[in-house]
Design a protein around this ligand. Structure first.
Ligand code: ATP
Ligand code: MG
Length: 213
């Protein structure tokens, strides 16, 4: 039996693709799954994070497999990895069609991080249309949510009103996320009892349920 390919996609830059990709990958691995990550973004941010992670954990302790791919090469790499991993998590760059489309095409589930503003929701439309064209399920995840801001609830309702699936879990705007990433870690390792860890764990559970559908 082969695993699930999860692609992080959102043409709007800075929405949280790389942050969510790293956190989701580690959360799934900590849940006992074998996980591979693929960075198709020429910026290589996930690769930078992974290098730091390798330095910190060492060859024997490293919990994820890591590859890079470009353009259509991601389909081959993902198909190969998914044969012996439970989950393959793909991080994509903003905007570039040539990198994002193949990664969306090969996915079983596309996770779309979205900052909760009307402008961000409008800018997400082309990505959601691309996913719909491939006939793949998309899960929108509100990221960098500011507590008590009414707008987040309104944005979730607006996206659901457009017929999109929105994760019940919202990820807060928390310094813990960039701080942990800078040292090759995730919030689960730097603040295991923090709210950020609760959020990421809940998101991974939701994604796990979506994977089984
Ligand atoms: N939940 C969060 N709380 C606080 N900061 C966050 C959160 N999520 C992401 N960030 C920060 O926002 C910035 C953009 O995040 P990230 O790099 O994950 O987005 P991206 O969608 O991958 O960007 P790009 O489109 O450039 O690839 C980074 O500085 C990251 O540390
Ligand atoms: Mg990125």
């Amino acid at each position: 039996m082969s695993g699930t390919i999860i692609t992080l996609a959102q043409q709007k830059g800075g929405s949280g693709k790389t942050t969510v990709a790293a956190h989701l990958a580690v959360a799934l691995a900590r849940g006992g799954q074998s996980v591979a990550v693929i960075d198709v973004d020429p910026q290589g941010s996930l690769g930078q994070w992974f290098e730091r992670r390798e330095d910190r954990l060492g060859d024997d302790a490293i919990d994820l497999a890591f590859r890079t791919a470009s353009g259509w090469g991601v389909r081959r790499e993902a198909r190969h990895l998914v044969r012996d991993h439970d989950a393959v998590v793909i991080d994509t760059p903003p905007k570039t069609d040539t990198e994002m489309r193949p990664a969306i095409e090969i996915a079983n589930l596309v996770v779309v991080p979205l900052q909760p503003t009307p402008v961000d929701l409008w800018a997400t439309d082309p990505t959601l249309q691309m996913i719909a064209k491939e006939g793949n399920p998309a899960l929108l995840v509100l990221n960098r949510v500011v507590r008590r801001a009414l707008l987040s609830g309104e944005m979730a309702a607006a996206a659901r009103g457009l017929g999109y699936q929105v994760a019940d879990t919202q990820i807060g705007n928390r310094v813990a996320f960039p701080a942990s990433m800078g040292t090759g870690r995730t919030v689960m390792e730097t603040e295991p009892r923090g709210v950020a860890t609760e959020e990421v764990t809940a998101l991974a559970r939701e994604v796990g349920r979506a994977m089984r559908r």
